[in-house]
Design a protein around this ligand. Structure first.
Ligand code: NAP
Length: 512
């Protein structure tokens, strides 16, 4: 075990009850957690970040047109408003810059160990410490282990038969290869989800030809996007209450949209109507209209927002293939219908291994029980933040906390608030650990799975919201207000509260 002692002196000064906290990831969730710890005067934490900078998904997804489909005044921390968002739905560089500024403003950079990927974490019950091993073999110990990994951090690239014969470049949208100039190239795009609908319209005008290999069409509705005027920005700065009101209005409008995610919902039909109108407006070819019209209820997969997707689909240099990919040859993708589609570049817009959650990390709790093993039938947690048998381990954006209708930042703040209460209880009561009781976790998940049956996600379509067996592991089942209500107070009666053993406290070890 490598003892990194830089913090030890300050920890000793702070007293033996001050835990060292290891946070995984410097994305929105990890940063939010760290900021709240700092605000509470708890400075003995380290963020382990596998990449070289902060902002997580907003650092990784640099593809052309990358942006958020949640309005920025809401897709930002409630305690750190940015009054000068340039437009309603900010693009990736502005969002990444926002999170960088948060990290700097709150003095988080000295706490971050960049290029340090956690590979394993095991709970040492004897010492009530998490033993954490990095990918490079380094080991550290922490009293609390908090994951901010989220659900969308591991790109999924399907294996295409014969891909090894392909002579051109191939890359995933979340690992965009900016070295490659697509101008005049024949480009094959695999996938037509939230990422593809953003980058395809951006690259289509410059490529020689774009072949979209679409497995399933999506419901795509207009995006009410526009730049904020200088007057609006000035007013938000001058009257912060106005910006706050704007944020609440966005929140309430999005919250109402949850109604569209209930089975056979009238609101869902309105989304379908809006999407059909877009198709009729932009697509003349009846066959193409048919290809682009989903046959499942709106919301079952994420409802997508775009004003330029259907115009891009109507371009003469864009073709939509739905036969599926049989195999790849040196300079072409061969469809299952036997047709060859010439390609210089393949771009995978095929999403993420969303139901794998913390895989490939190996996390072991009490009795050496593996989290991946515990989640073999599909991930589940108590209120998305804790798992029974994994003491002093918390997650943000964990199982069943994703949304189809509102801002994930809101959910993350609810989770951080909850975790902070657990951390404070641990310190205040000088506990060895807290561990959610199995009964509490089971009761929570039984109710959640019952509620979620009423949602459109339980309709027939496949999506990254559920496992292959059909268990919905990713989405929250209701309004975010209900989640907020459940998360406003940590009910410690639902946790085993293990007292410290009466012997010399273990030496605290911390990373710098
Ligand atoms: P996605 O929505 O999961 O889309 C993946 C696409 O790849 C789908 O069209 C899927 O088809 C297709 N696909 C997957 N495996 C395939 C295979 N083996 N062969 C052919 N096609 C295959 O992924 P994403 O577009 O990266 O978006 C993922 C999530 O990221 C979104 O839902 C959203 O939450 C988030 N995101 C958000 C924003 C934003 O604006 N906030 C932007 C981008 C992404 P099927 O539908 O048939 O599976």
């Amino acid at each position: 075990m490598t003892a990194l002692t830089t913090h030890s002196a300050s920890l000793a000064r702070a007293g033996s009850a001050t835990p060292h906290i290891a946070i995984l990831g410097a994305g929105a969730a990890g940063l939010c957690m760290a900021i709240q710890l700092k605000k509470a005067g708890i400075n003995s934490f380290t963020i382990y970040e596998k990449a070289g900078s902060v902002a997580g998904t907003w650092r990784d997804n640099t593809y052309p047109g990358s942006g958020c489909d949640v309005p920025s005044h809401l897709y930002s921390f409630s305690f750190e408003p940015k009054h000068d968002w340039s437009r309603k739905f900010a693009h990736q560089p502005e969002i990444e810059a926002y999170f960088q500024q948060c990290a700097e403003k709150y003095g988080l950079l000295p706490h971050i160990r960049f290029n340090t990927e956690i590979a394993e974490a095991a709970f040492d019950e004897e010492e009530a410490l998490w033993r954490i091993r990095m990918r490079d073999g380094e080991e550290v110990s922490a009293t609390l282990f908090i994951s901010g990994a989220g659900q969308l951090n591991q790109p999924f690239t399907p294996h295409l038969d014969g891909i090894e014969n392909f002579k051109g470049a191939a890359f995933h949208s979340a690992r965009w290869n900016h070295e490659i100039d697509l101008t005049g190239k024949k480009v094959a795009v695999v996938g037509s989800g939230a990422s593809a609908i953003q980058f395809v319209p951006e690259i289509a005008p410059k490529v020689a030809h774009l072949t979209l290999f679409q497995r399933t069409p999506n419901w795509v509705v207009p995006k009410a996007d526009r730049p904020y005027t200088r007057l609006e920005i000035a007013l938000f700065k001058r009257f912060p209450a106005l910006a706050k009101l704007h944020r609440y209005m966005i929140y309430l409008t999005l919250e109402r949209n949850f109604l569209a995610f209930l089975k056979d919902s009238f609101f869902g039909k309105l989304f379908e109507k809006a999407a059909r109108k877009e198709i009729e407006t932009h697509i003349e070819d009846p066959e193409l209209r048919r290809k682009l019209t989903p046959d499942f209820p709106a919301g079952c997969k994420r409802i997508l927002l775009s004003n330029d997707w259907f115009p891009a689909m109507a371009r003469p240099n864009v073709s939509v293939e739905t036969a599926g990919i049989d195999h790849v040859e040196e300079g072409a993708l061969i469809g299952k219908d036997g047709r060859a589609h010439a390609a210089d570049v393949i771009i995978y817009g095929t999403g993420f291994k969303a139901t794998d959650f913390l895989c490939p990390m190996e996390i072991k709790g009490l009795g050496g029980r593996s989290l991946n093993e515990a989640w073999r039938e599909g991930a589940e947690a108590y209120r998305g933040v804790a798992v029974s048998g994994f003491p002093n381990f918390f997650m943000m954006y964990g199982p069943n906390t994703n949304l189809g209708h509102n801002s994930i930042i809101f959910m993350i703040e609810c989770q951080v608030n909850y975790i902070m209460q657990c951390v404070k209880a641990l310190i205040g009561k000088d506990l060895a650990y807290v561990d959610v009781k199995p009964d509490a976790m089971n009761a929570f998940n039984t109710q959640l799975q019952e509620d979620i049956k009423k949602s459109v996600w339980a309709s027939g379509c496949t999506s990254w919201y559920k496992t292959e067996s059909g268990k919905i592991t990713n989405n929250w089942s209701s309004f975010t207000m209900k989640y907020w209500w459940q998360m406003r107070r940590a009910d410690l009666a639902h946790f085993v509260q293990a007292v410290k053993r009466r012997r010399k406290a273990p030496a605290l070890q911390a990373a710098d």
